[in-house]
Design a protein around this ligand. Sequence first.
Ligand SMILES: [Zn+2]
Length: 353
Amino acid sequence: MADQIQQMPKVQLHDHLDGGLRPESILELADAQGVTLPESDPKALGEWFFRGAAQGDLPKYLEGFAVTTAVMQDEESLQRIAREHVEDLSRDGVIYGEIRFAPVLHTARGLSMEQVLEAVLEGVRIGSETTGTVARIIVCSLRHMDPAISLDSAKVAVQYRDRGVVGFDLAGDESGHPPADHNDAFQFLRQKNFNITIHAGEAFGLSSIWQAIQHCGAHRIGHATRLVEDDTVPGDHRGTLGEYILDHRIPLEMCLSSNLHTGAVTDLKAHPFPRYLREGYRVALNVDNTLMSKTTLTREWELARELFSLDLQDFERIAINGVKGAFCEHSLRKTLIQDQIVPRFRALQGDAS
Ligand SMILES: [Zn+2]
């Protein structure tokens, strides 16, 4: 089945634009812009990002982003990187992807958040047109930043809702930065009937997931790895937060390799993903950051197959969960499931039997 995984129709909900650049592109852009890099050859640069990220600590994992965002400060570069990102999704067998990034991190050389978004949306449009992969944007803000920036970012996200922006996310270092600090932004988004996802339960425990859902109105949770702590009797009883997430079909955007690299888990074999999948949670697999975690979605699916003995039916369930959790319009979600995922998995099933 390994060679089939690349061909399987996949859905990507948790994918950072600034964590998924091609090393070759970083080198070319840095050269043109006079930005100094720690390495001068693509392979060595890719390894540098991976080495920096895989230290079992979220703040250390996040350090590489200062380098990627340094070469993403003008419209041409942003457009190119967004286009390449969609091309890479297509090569990975992704039929629908939501790409996230924080516009405010790209305003250091004078661009407005609107200019940043327009450049990225144009790159996504070109990439989608040439590959057929459908992609949408999620606007991020960062936990450690001034909550006023989150509110501004939320306003820009809503402003572009008809141009391909489908959601808002709060990312960054979780510990010591509770999501409720940014409640003005979340209140605004809820008033506007906008979609919210929040990174929670990665570097911090249950209270972070609970606060994201019950205080901030998150419709999805990024990671939720530590939801597993909601067991009164481990493996036997589900706590009320887990029950709520299961009953309300709250999608969990789970990421394997990245969780190992940030220290959210110490052993992938013990990752809660297969348990959530079997218990019927709306879980999907994601890359988080292809550059920092040296991965692709195909690789993450292969990893899940090797670690948890998943079969074709499991992968179809994961793809459907991804679509059901997507922030795009309902009619597109229906088309993705009925016209792509179901028939393509049926064909693969036919090949296998
Ligand atoms: Zn993330």
